[in-house]
Design a protein around this ligand. Structure first.
Ligand code: ZN
Length: 282
């Protein structure tokens, strides 16, 4: 059976942009507003990095806390996923916000090169992040930038550091990591089905590949990620107007592939997350 499509919106990245789009929300109040608009447009999951007002990166738990409070007020059932990505801090700073118990957090299960840096995730750091997520009941989203990361995740599942079913994101189109090619995504999805048949998956295409990867994911039965973290343009001719605009584009596409847009409640059921809609305690 084809599942409804969970639309993830990645509202704010962790790098100041060369081609800055003023629609990228920076302040927490802007992030909350942008998330609310994206939620109204069909997003069921929000992935977030926080920034200082001067746009520099931070992993300040107070900003994550303020974001969580605001989002839970305006869109209480959206799935909130914090980034523990490497650009937001080093070592233990990367897990300092997990005690806030967001629904999910990203967990990259290996290292690779990025355009001008190393995305470093040592085995010790991965283990510490996973253990902290387990401690606070935070579900990981496994970030796969290279094939070894998928096999590492399967290994952590086998040894019990991670528990299934896992939600895995394939990231395509970052220079020096995997290119955005459909045959690569097909191979990854096939390996995922062999390794962890009960896993769910989403794919993210960075920059100009965002829309292509959305289409492939819809056709192949996966879930979709969009948003200004990954891509700030609508097309060659103009910048994207908002996160909501990018979400609406994916929502519109779903029907072309016989998919419906997952509501937050449907997304929570698909991802085996606690239902937040019935007035359950935070
Ligand atoms: Zn991110």
């Amino acid at each position: 059976m084809v599942q409804p499509c969970i639309i993830t919106v990645a509202i704010t990245g962790s790098l100041p942009r060369k081609e800055n789009n003023p629609a990228v929300p920076i302040r927490v109040s802007e992030q909350i507003e942008s998330t609310h608009e994206a939620y109204e447009a069909g997003a069921a999951l929000v992935h977030v990095h926080v920034r200082n007002d001067d746009q520099s990166t931070t992993s300040d738990p107070d900003k994550f806390a303020a974001f969580l409070d605001g989002v839970r007020e305006y869109c209480p059932d959206i799935i909130v996923q914090f980034s523990t990505g490497g650009r937001s801090g080093t070592g233990s700073e990367r897990s300092g916000m997990l005690q806030l118990r967001p629904d999910m957090a990203s967990l990259t299960t290996g290292s690779c090169n990025f355009p001008s840096s190393i995305y470093e995730n040592s085995p010790a750091l991965i283990r510490r992040l996973a253990e902290t997520m387990n401690e606070y009941g935070v579900r990981p989203e496994i970030e796969v930038f290279d094939l070894a990361m998928l096999y590492n995740a399967a290994g952590y599942l086998d040894e019990g550091l991670l528990s299934g079913p896992l939600h895995v994101q394939f990231v395509l189109g970052i220079k020096h990591a995997l290119p955005a090619r459909r045959d690569i995504l097909e191979f990854e999805v096939a390996k995922l089905a062999q390794l962890m048949p009960d896993a769910t998956w989403v794919a993210a295409g960075v920059g100009r590949y965002q829309l292509d990867v959305n289409r492939w994911s819809l056709e192949m039965g996966g879930h979709c990620r969009t948003g200004l973290e990954d891509n700030v343009r609508w097309d060659k001719s103009r910048l994207a107007a908002s996160n909501a605009e990018l979400v609406a584009r994916v929502a519109d596409l779903c029907g072309d592939y016989g998919r419906t847009v997952a509501t937050p409640a449907e997304a929570r059921a698909i991802l085996d997350l606690q239902d937040r809609s019935a007035g359950s305690p935070w």
